[in-house]
Unconditional design. Structure first.
Length: 443
C-alpha cells in the first residue's frame, strides 16, 4: 500500500512539474501558439498577441465594410512552408508567399510583417481609413493603392518594396528603407491622385531603380524626404502631372561611369512640377530636363545645387540625336559658388547645343539656403558624405529579440525554481521513507 501511494505521489509530482514547465515556457514565449488564416474576413475581428503569429496559408481578404484590427506585437507571416517530395520520393520543402487584400479597413500598429518574395498588399477603392504604423516589413512586398487613401507611417522596410499609387490621397510618411534588394523600377510609382510622400528616409548603397516615378494627372506633394542612394538612373523621375517637391535632400551617388546614370531629378513630357527649396547634392548631374511627347514647364527656385560632379542642370537627353529642351527659369537658387563662370560651366544648355533652350540663373543666392533641407531645419548642412544608418529598420526586430531573451531568462529561472522544489520534495520523501524503514527494522 505504501509503495502504491508513493508511486502515485511520484507520478503526481512529475505531472505537476511537466505541466508547470509547459506553462512557464508558454508564458515566456518559448512555446508559442499560432493561428492559421486564409480566405475572406467577413466580420470585424481583432488579431491578438495571444494567438500570434498569424500564419497565412492562402490569400486573405478583408471584405468591404469590415475592420481588421491587429494588436501591437502581433507577427503576420505572409509565407508558408510547403512540404512535398521530389520525383524520386525524397522529402522537399518550398516557400509560398500569400497576399493581403483590403476592401474594408486594416488597422495595424507595431507589428512585424514577414515574407520572402512576391507578397502583395492591396488597398482597393472601398478601403477607407486603413493605417499601418510603426511596423517592420521583412522580405519583398508589392503595395497597391487604387483610388483610396490609406496611411503607411513610421514603418521600416528591409528587403524591397514597390508602391503603386493609382489615384486617391494615400499618405506615405516617416518610413525607412534600408537593406534593399535590387529593384529594376521605382520604389514608389504615382499614377494620378494626390498622394503625400513625406519624411521618408532611404540611405542605402545598393543599386536600385528610382525612388519615385510620377506620371498621370497627379498633384503629389513630396517633401521633407532624405533620398540618398545608388539609383539606377535617377532618384526622382517626373513625366507628367503637377507635383510639388519641397525640402528634400536628393542624392544619387551611383558610381556607374556614364553620368546619366547618376541623376538627382529627371523631368520630361507634359509635366509641370514645382521644384522648391530642395538640396540637390552629391549627384553626377543634379537635374536633367528634356522634351519628350510634350514640353515640360517647371518652377525651380530656392534650391541648393552643390557637390554635383559634372553638371547642376543638364538640358536634353544624353546620347539622343536631335534632343531638345525648353528654356528654364532657374533664378534665385544657390549653385555652390557665386563665381558665374563656374556656375555657367556646370550648366549644359544652348551654349553647348543649339537645339536646346537656355537656362537663366541670375539673380543667384549668395550663400547656401539653410531652409532647403528635410524638415526645413536651419541647422542642417549638406552632408559631405552619406552615412549609412539602418538602425530604424532594426529597431522592431531588436526589441523583439530583447523581449524574447528576457522571456527565456524568466522561463529558465522559474523552471529552475520548480526543479529545486521538486528535488526538495524528493529529499523529504526519501528521508521519511528511510526513517519509516529504519523504525520497522528496529521493531
Amino acid at each position: 500500500m505504501h509503495r502504491f501511494k508513493n508511486s502515485c505521489f511520484y507520478h503526481f509530482l512529475v505531472f505537476v512539474f511537466v505541466t508547470g514547465l509547459f506553462v512557464v515556457l508558454t508564458n515566456s514565449g518559448v512555446v508559442q501558439a499560432s493561428t492559421e488564416v486564409s480566405g475572406v474576413i467577413s466580420s470585424d475581428v481583432t488579431w491578438t498577441v495571444a494567438n500570434s503569429p498569424y500564419c497565412f496559408v492562402d490569400d486573405v481578404t478583408v471584405a468591404k465594410g469590415v475592420t481588421l484590427t491587429v494588436e501591437p506585437g502581433v507577427v503576420l507571416q505572409l509565407k508558408q512552408t510547403v512540404y512535398s517530395t521530389d520525383m524520386v520520393g525524397r522529402p522537399t520543402e518550398g516557400i509560398v508567399s500569400h497576399s493581403l487584400h483590403v476592401n474594408g479597413t486594416l488597422l495595424a500598429d507595431g507589428n512585424i510583417f514577414s515574407t520572402t518574395y512576391g507578397t502583395r498588399i492591396s488597398f482597393l477603392q472601398t478601403s477607407t481609413g486603413s493605417k499601418i504604423e510603426n511596423s517592420e516589413f521583412i522580405g519583398r512586398y508589392y503595395v497597391d493603392v487604387v483610388g483610396c487613401s490609406p496611411q503607411l507611417k513610421n514603418n521600416s522596410f528591409s528587403g524591397s518594396v514597390t508602391f503603386t499609387l493609382s489615384e486617391g490621397s494615400p499618405i506615405i510618411h516617416g518610413n525607412c528603407f534600408t537593406g534593399l534588394d535590387f529593384i529594376s523600377d521605382a520604389f514608389i510609382t504615382v499614377d494620378g491622385g494626390s498622394p503625400v510622400i513625406s519624411n521618408n528616409t532611404i540611405t542605402d548603397d545598393t543599386t536600385v531603380g528610382t525612388f519615385v516615378f510620377l506620371t498621370g494627372t497627379n498633384t503629389a506633394e513630396i517633401y521633407d524626404n532624405n533620398i540618398s542612394g545608388n539609383f539606377d538612373t535617377s532618384a526622382v523621375v517626373i513625366s507628367s502631372g503637377s507635383p510639388l517637391l519641397e525640402h528634400n535632400f536628393i542624392s544619387n551617388h551611383n558610381d556607374v561611369i556614364l553620368p546619366i546614370n547618376a541623376v538627382g531629378i529627371t523631368i520630361y513630357g507634359n509635366s509641370k512640377p514645382v521644384i522648391k527649396s530642395n538640396t540637390i547634392a552629391n549627384n553626377k548631374i543634379g537635374m536633367v530636363v528634356f522634351d519628350s511627347d510634350g514640353s515640360p514647364s517647371l518652377t525651380v527656385t530656392g534650391n541648393n545645387f552643390e557637390q554635383n560632379s559634372q553638371y547642376n542642370i543638364y538640358l536634353g537627353e544624353e546620347d539622343t540625336y536631335g534632343t531638345t529642351a525648353p528654356d528654364i527659369d532657374a533664378t534665385n537658387n544657390w549653385w555652390g559658388t557665386t563665381d558665374e563662370s563656374i556656375i555657367s560651366q556646370l550648366i549644359f544648355d544652348y551654349k553647348n547645343n543649339n537645339n536646346l533652350g537656355t537656362i537663366t540663373y541670375n539673380p543667384i543666392f549668395s550663400s547656401h539656403n539653410p531652409l532647403a533641407m528635410p524638415n526645413a531645419s536651419p541647422n542642417n548642412q549638406v552632408p559631405s558624405s552619406i552615412t549609412l544608418d539602418d538602425s530604424t529598420s532594426q529597431q522592431v526586430s531588436t526589441e523583439n529579440q530583447q523581449t524574447i531573451s528576457q522571456d527565456w531568462l524568466y522561463g529558465i529561472i522559474v523552471a529552475l525554481a520548480v526543479v529545486v522544489i521538486f528535488l526538495s520534495v524528493l529529499l523529504v520523501i526519501s528521508y521519511k521513507k528511510q526513517r519509516f524503514y529504519s523504525s520497522h527494522l528496529k521493531n
